[in-house]
Design a protein around this ligand. Structure first.
Ligand SMILES: Nc1ncnc2c1ncn2[C@@H]1O[C@H](COP(=O)(O)OP(=O)(O)O)[C@@H](O)[C@H]1O
Ligand SMILES: O=C(O)[C@@H](COP(=O)(O)O)OP(=O)(O)O
Length: 306
């Protein structure tokens, strides 16, 4: 039997080589399923034929990358990059924000899948839990949508302020308390997670948490309003969709206001903004940005030890 040897923290583990696990990770790297299995079988055969009983995970990744290079160097590069991210010892905490309908849940699902992250949470769910804890009288905007929160502001908005945004900020501020709890818990427990939703707004989350090399924040944008609007049409066509298209179209101008505000705050706080036109391009930019932050932190840590 061939064993794969890896490390979690300072502990070494060994597990049997699994063609299923390897081929699944190749499928995630956009390799055809039949080809993925064929490569996994071939690689196992190589170890068996050469009497290699234990293979280090880093060597296995190099081996797979070399093999993929023969198929398609672009795929090999992608596979290697994704593995590089997952080899990091710290849990990955990825936050994806953006206005309603911009694509945060779709992108979060794709990214978690590509990186093999098993935990995903939407801030709408955090909000739902908070609604069971806090009363409507105490926190009326929590019971609204982010773009209608202004309708429940307990004090009238001063004329010099935009009412929609005042409501939005109040709503986000409250949900950010629950969101921060989830991030802190994930860090404490060492759980990798992708969290997405309209409540992930730069400036509302503790900067100290965001500075950590394993916490990555992204904001999605769509500068073309018509493309943004079309996303609500495509969302309501999905069989499981329960949210009425009419409601989002009615509030579209307010949703756009929240969109522009989130982008402005992302720029103010140096958070990566990605124009979410093409799913693959969005995911690639995220992966590049995560690697860049990890590499920069490693360089800084190395300099500090000099
Ligand atoms: N990059 C994209 N290209 C095309 N359609 C997309 C993209 N991202 C999301 N969508 C589609 O847009 C709709 C809204 O996306 P969704 O992820 O539900 O948005 P959000 O969670 O931000 O409200 C869905 O039908 C989704 O499939
Ligand atoms: O509050 C909001 O902006 C949306 C966010 O959800 P997404 O559209 O981002 O999924 O929730 P709603 O109250 O419409 O169910």
């Amino acid at each position: 039997m061939v064993l794969v040897e890896g490390k979690i923290g300072d502990k070494t583990y060994r597990e049997p080589f699994s063609k299923g696990i390897l081929s699944k990770s190749l499928i995630r790297s956009e390799i055809d399923p039949a080809k993925s299995y064929e490569i996994a079988v071939e690689i196992e055969k190589y170890y068996v034929d050469n009497n290699i009983e234990v293979v280090k995970i880093e060597d296995l990744i190099e081996h797979v990358t070399d093999r993929l290079n023969e198929e398609d160097p672009k795929l090999a590069k992608k596979y290697y990059k994704w593995k590089e991210i997952r080899r990091s010892e710290d849990p990955l905490i990825i936050l994806i924000g953006g206005a309603s309908g911009i694509g945060t849940s779709s992108i979060s699902f794709e990214l978690a899948n590509k990186l093999g992250i098993k935990n995903m949470l939407s801030t709408d769910m955090i909000r739902e839990v908070m609604r069971k804890i806090v009363s409507k009288e105490l926190c009326p905007t929590l019971f609204e949508s982010s773009y209608t929160a202004a309708e429940s502001l307990s004090t009238p908005a001063p004329p010099e302020f935009d009412k929609t945004l005042l409501g939005f900020k109040d709503h986000v501020n409250t949900v950010s308390v629950g969101l921060t709890g989830v991030i802190e818990r994930a860090i404490k427990e060492g759980i990798s997670i992708v969290i997405e939703g309209v409540h992930i707004v730069p400036g509302f989350i503790d900067e100290e948490l965001l500075k950590r090399n394993n916490v990555h924040m992204f904001v999605l944008s769509l500068s073309d309003e018509e493309i943004h609007k079309s996303r609500f049409y495509s969302r309501c066509r999905q069989l499981w969709a329960r949210r009425p298209l009419k409601r989002y179209l009615k509030h579209f101008n307010d949703i756009r206001k929240t969109h522009d505000y989130i982008i402005g705050e992302a720029k103010n706080h140096d958070v990566c903004v990605i124009e979410n036109i093409d799913v693959n391009a969005t995911i690639d930019t995220m992966i590049e940005t995560i690697i860049e932050k990890q590499t920069n932190t490693q360089k800084q840590e190395a300099l500090q030890t000099l």
